[in-house]
Design a protein around this ligand. Sequence first.
Ligand code: GDP
Ligand code: MG
Length: 162
Amino acid sequence: AQPVLAVVGRPNVGKSTLVNRILGRREAVVQDVPGVTRDRVAYDAFWAGRRFTLVDTGGWEPDATGLQASVAAQAEMAMQTADAVLLVVDATVGATATDEAVARVLRRSKKPVLLAANKVDDDRLLADTASLWSLGLGEPHPVSALHGRSSGDLLDSVMAAL
Ligand code: GDP
Ligand code: MG
């Protein structure tokens, strides 16, 4: 079977936009309203001559457990079912308490975990991404899913880990 990459992170950081960027088509549901992607959706993806399965997560209802627990649970599930996990954070916001909770879960992973610092639409935001080392997941990979900036470099790192 082909390797599975799961994309996790809190709502609105740009997971679905990044998935669309990787797929090269507008297919994953993208909305300004958090929680619109109802389920985990798996796509067939292709990069550098290799096929892999790309899982977009989201759709956590703000249920009794709260957002932070829901996102952490998604990360836990991703960790168990995928071959590698990509945590997406919003570089324009920095690491939030929810990001830190998810990172805490993912640091226990025996599988590769990569960190994408999304919404780095221009160079002025690059310096801010250094603070994301604090998540303890290694090097933050700056990308702009919206504009495609550096998404190829991120994918090269992903494929090296898969
Ligand atoms: P998700 O909830 O994590 O799947 O986030 P979405 O992909 O639905 O994106 C949430 C919002 O962030 C949308 O308005 C996107 O257009 C916006 N967004 C996503 N990627 C970028 C980016 O690289 N730069 C900027 N400026 N906005 C982005
Ligand atoms: Mg989404």
